[in-house]
Design a binder for this molecule. Structure first.
Ligand SMILES: [Zn+2]
Length: 416
């Protein structure tokens, strides 16, 4: 049996971790919340110790653990909606810490689906961090690109996508949305086409748009991606699935960045991909990665993925960069760009889950999911309520500026 306490510590000193270490307790941190736990017999009044150290405990004293602590990662509020009975210890939107008995863990592993996962909580670890990189001097060449990001055009792409009513991967509306995207990308001057993918025993499409770089010899390849499809998980394939945040916000972001980069000189190859079949289990991105020739995989310098970039789930606009050790330098570039070109708070996590960055990371290709910051979660995703009313343009445009800044910079680097 064990006990735990949750401590709030927004300073950069991470005193809660130190307190745990000095007391022989375990800890895990999600942003400004640190959960500290030990065996009950080793419990030594952490609440008063925390107050002495200048940290506020979220509860008056330690609580008994009924089982063990687990990390839950969810899309929207999928896990909490499906399992309101589960004891949540820390809630940070996409990431939760839950207290689970062994029988609950096995019951949950049987009912597992695409939209949430339960994993053992890594001991003494940072699940999600808030980073504050120094702003660099803005590069004059990039500033013009940053200023070209427009709410009018972004908003028009977003509305066009939502107007299809649904973009369920197996619907005729999805086919129309894919054709619309190909047309737009061609009108910007890219080589764009639809490529068929399998979604179970049915088929759908990815949209792929290319522009070769100017450097002769071996060029690197930069990918900017988002899933085009949407879903209504309650009411089925024919139900309204406007998917404004999930993921018209990201797909319109791909279109807007493509528009701005259309005239931008680039040494390296640039590719935009709108994936299909994401909501049924990352089908478009998984098949895309599995079909890449080995030489093409090593040519990919970076994958910047956008999935849900336009709902405010934090007090101040924030972006979450979700990657893995292979994408650390790309995450650093993105965080620096956020500090230089936007007013976003930057959260980072190396627990990749359920978006199109995952198949790339699994092949050790540097990929990062850029997604709205997560202190709470958008509970409209995957329903008919994921509409334009809930879109926060200021947040979305800042995430686009960050991604565009990094893309513009990477495309011009000599030895990328
Ligand atoms: Zn999504």
């Amino acid at each position: 049996m064990g006990k735990y306490i949750v401590l709030s510590d927004s300073s950069e000193k991470h005193s809660a971790e130190e307190l745990a270490r000095n007391s022989g307790a375990h800890w895990a941190r999600l942003g400004d919340k640190t959960v500290v736990w030990t065996a009950s017999e080793k419990w030594t009044g952490f609440a008063s110790k925390a107050i002495q150290a200048g940290i506020s405990p979220d509860q008056a004293e330690g609580r008994e653990l009924e089982g063990q602590l687990y990390l839950v990662i969810q899309t929207g509020r999928a896990f909490q909606d499906e399992h309101p009975e589960v004891r949540i210890v820390v809630e940070k939107g996409r990431y939760l810490v839950a207290d689970l008995l062994p029988e609950e863990v096995s019951r949950l592993s049987e009912s597992k689906n695409e939209w949430w996962t339960v994993r053992p909580l890594a001991v003494d670890s940072v699940i999600m961090d808030i980073v504050k990189p120094e702003a660099r001097l803005a590069l004059p060449g990039l500033q013009a690109n940053i200023e070209a990001i427009s709410q009018a055009t972004y908003g028009s792409y977003l509305s066009s996508l939502v107007d299809f009513q649904t973009r369920h991967s197996l619907s005729s509306q999805f086919t129309s949305a894919a054709a619309w995207a190909v047309n737009q990308l061609q009108s910007f001057g890219y080589q764009a086409e639809q490529r068929q993918i399998n979604v179970g025993s049915n088929s759908s499409f990815n949209v792929v748009a290319d522009r070769p770089g100017s450097e002769s010899g071996t060029r690197k390849l930069l990918l900017i991606t988002a899933h085009l499809d949407s879903i209504n998980i309650r009411d089925g394939k024919n139900a309204p699935a406007p998917g404004a945040d999930d993921n018209a916000s990201g797909a319109a972001g791909v279109m807007e960045i493509a528009r701005v980069l259309a005239e931008h000189p680039a040494k390296h190859d640039l590719r935009f991909i709108l994936f299909g079949g994401e909501e049924q289990g990352l089908h478009g991105s998984t098949q895309y990665v599995s079909e890449l020739p080995e030489g093409e995989k090593t040519r990919i310098a970076a994958v910047i993925n956008m999935d849900m970039v336009a709902t405010l789930n934090t007090e101040l606009p924030a972006v979450l960069l979700e990657g893995a050790p292979v994408s650390r330098s790309l995450m650093r570039e993105l965080a620096e760009a956020a500090a230089t070109y936007t007013s976003l708070i930057v959260q980072v996590s190396e627990n990749p889950f359920n978006s199109d960055h995952v198949p790339f990371i699994d092949e050790l290709i540097p990929a990062v999911l850029t997604i709205e910051g997560t202190d709470s979660s958008n509970n409209n995703v995957h329903t008919a309520n994921d509409t334009l009313d809930h879109i926060n343009y200021e947040l979305a445009l800042d995430i686009l500026r960050m991604n565009l800044a990094v893309a513009s910079k990477l495309l011009e680097i000599d030895n990328l």
